[in-house]
Design a protein around this ligand. Sequence first.
Ligand code: FAD
Length: 322
Amino acid sequence: MAHYLVFLEPRNGLVAGVSADVWHRVQEQLSSGDRITGFVAGAISPGALDVLQGSGTVYHALSGSPAVSPGTVLCRMLSEFVRKEGCTAVVMAATTAGKMLAPALAAALPASLLAGCTSGSLPEKVCRRYIHSGSVLAAYRPEAAIRIFLQGREHRSSPFRSMERPRYVVFQESLGPLQDAEPLIRTISASGSPEDISEAGIIVAGGRGMGDASRFSMLEELANLLGACVGASRSAVDEGWRPHSEQIGQTGKSVAPELYIACGISGAVQHLAGLASARTIVAINSDPYAPVFDVADYGIVGDVREVLPRLTDAIRDVLRKK
Ligand SMILES: Cc1cc2nc3c(=O)[nH]c(=O)nc-3n(C[C@H](O)[C@H](O)[C@H](O)COP(=O)(O)OP(=O)(O)OC[C@H]3O[C@@H](n4cnc5c(N)ncnc54)[C@H](O)[C@@H]3O)c2cc1C
């Protein structure tokens, strides 16, 4: 029997969408006798937990730093909680905060840290993850009794639905002296895209084929129209055209949008590694043999400087008529 602890990351007073996804994926994989517990720390709005469906209990630590401070309050709270409650696995979203917290927690417990696992890994108690840019699915068998799974976003075939709602409990354990509670990270708001690209439903991404930084204004215009985020290939980031927070791929972010529009992006395996969960891919490229067309659902062969303004106008017309 497994006891899963899902770390629910607060974001702008709500539970981050990626954390809610992780919670529901764990719910889907519970076997008879398994338990699920959620843990959220810091200020959240009333009703923020209403997005969570299914069984289990969610503990809310009202005190403690909402920012993730590896080795300090949150890590200590979680490690004590895991030991006391006898949790066998901790599952968290592979966000920036999750990636900082998980190794500190693994060292504190100690536990095996399994990063980048597919969701099917949980019941099998192994970590299945794609390696070599997505060409091989490897299975890792962890040694420690407690496992920490860091999961990226994945598409589900249908949304998780349950009549049950988790029980809400305020976590009131004494945390001991808090002198090491200084937050190690502070939140700064990035300019550019309105939300975290890893949670975006639509992404309009540009690569070296955009030509220069100023042409990304075409992508911003299209993104504004569609309520989308702007993304970038590593080449565009290396050129200094876009911030690293927008980079998609092996050394950037993994994304799972409903619609991904790749503009002037060749489709290198390292870029595609971040796109495994994208539902519909549209590619605009002047080279009809660009590898991106091998994975695209719809391809437009043409120059982004001509195609993008026409596409944006056409979408604007459609939206105006609605
Ligand atoms: C270890 C490692 C990790 C990496 N991690 C990442 C990663 O996380 N993310 C990532 O993206 N890359 C990553 N890369 C780099 C990757 O291999 C590619 O170099 C990179 O993705 C290429 O970016 P690009 O497609 O924008 O540029 P290019 O490969 O230069 O492609 C530009 C494309 O634009 C097209 N084009 C040119 N002009 C126009 C025009 N006017 N209109 C339309 N199309 C045009 C061209 O036909 C071409 O297909 C990594 C590489 C390594 C070795």
